[in-house]
Design a protein around this ligand. Structure first.
Ligand code: ZN
Length: 116
C-alpha cells in the first residue's frame, strides 16, 4: 500500500525533528499534498493514525494543504489548470501538456512543544 509507506516516511521525519529539538510533544503537522500527487488522503490519514500510535505525535493535529494541479499547454502557450494527469487541456482540448504544479507531497510544518 503506497499510502502506508508515505505515512512511514512522514513518521520518520516527524520523529527525527522532534528528537533533534528535544520536544516533549508534537502538536501539529502540516502536509502539502498536490492534486496531481496521486495520494489518497483518506487512506493516508488512516495509515498515519496507525503509524502514530505510541509515538511522540500520537495526539498531533494534521492540517492538509492542497495545491491545485496545473500544466503548461504548448498549443495555448500558457499555464492551464489540470484536475488529473491524463486529462486534455481545458482550453484547447489537446494533450500537449507539461505538468508544472500540483505534484508535491511534503511535510511543510511541524509544531512542537519543547520540554522545559
Ligand atoms: Zn491548450
Amino acid at each position: 500500500m503506497h499510502e502506508m509507506s508515505l505515512a512511514q516516511s512522514i513518521s520518520e521525519i516527524v520523529e527525527r525533528v522532534a528528537k533533534n529539538n528535544v520536544a516533549s510533544k508534537v502538536s501539529r503537522i502540516k502536509l502539502t499534498i498536490g492534486q496531481l500527487s496521486g495520494v489518497d488522503i483518506p487512506s493516508l490519514m488512516q495509515s498515519l493514525t496507525i503509524c502514530s500510535q505510541n509515538t511522540i505525535f500520537e495526539k498531533a493535529e494534521f492540517e492538509i494543504e492542497r495545491t491545485e494541479g496545473s500544466a503548461w499547454c504548448m498549443d495555448c502557450a500558457k499555464t492551464v489548470p489540470l484536475e488529473r494527469i491524463g486529462n486534455a487541456c481545458p482550453s484547447c482540448g489537446n494533450y500537449h501538456l507539461s505538468i508544472n504544479g500540483g505534484t508535491e507531497f511534503k511535510v511543510s510544518e511541524i509544531i512542537l512543544e519543547i520540554k522545559e
